[in-house]
Design a protein around this ligand. Structure first.
Ligand SMILES: [Cu+2]
Length: 138
């Protein structure tokens, strides 16, 4: 009787999504946009629905963005013209546009296994170092 009650409570909590996701691999990445870099709290996640929690902490007080590209090209060697990475020459998964200074935006993409390069493609920001790599494991 007691066990049945416990199972019922457990099931209700699970349905409400209030239980901690014990044993599940990390699928949320904290992304910090800085003036000359992009920092991630992890560079490796499992495939599936991956949430990017993007915060603009750059001290240059500029608007930044995060563009997600799937590519095996080194993050420092993407094709560039007129201070922009040529996104149309790459496989673009999506982006988080215009994150204001001090603000955060959150986005979820379904990512298959492979190598991704994350950049800010505001003019000159990629060249300034706003780029990093995220590896998605199977
Ligand atoms: Cu930027």
């Amino acid at each position: 009787m007691r066990d049945a009650y416990r199972i019922a409570v457990f099931a209700a909590a699970a349905a409400l999504g209030t239980l901690p996701t014990v044993g599940r691999a990390q699928r949320t990445v904290e992304v910090t946009l800085l003036s000359n870099s992009i920092e991630l709290d992890t560079h490796r996640v499992r495939s599936g629905r991956v949430t990017l929690d993007v915060t603009n902490s750059a001290d240059n007080k500029m608007m930044h963005e995060l563009v997600v590209l799937k590519t095996d090209i080194a993050d420092s060697a993407l094709p560039v013209r007129n201070a922009h990475v040529l996104e149309q020459k790459l496989r673009k998964i999506g982006e988080v546009e215009d994150v204001a200074p001090g603000k955060s935006k959150r986005v979820t993409f379904r990512l298959t296994s492979g190598r991704y390069v994350l950049i800010c493609n505001k003019p000159g920001h990629y060249a300034a170092g706003m780029r990093t790599v995220l590896v998605v494991a199977p």
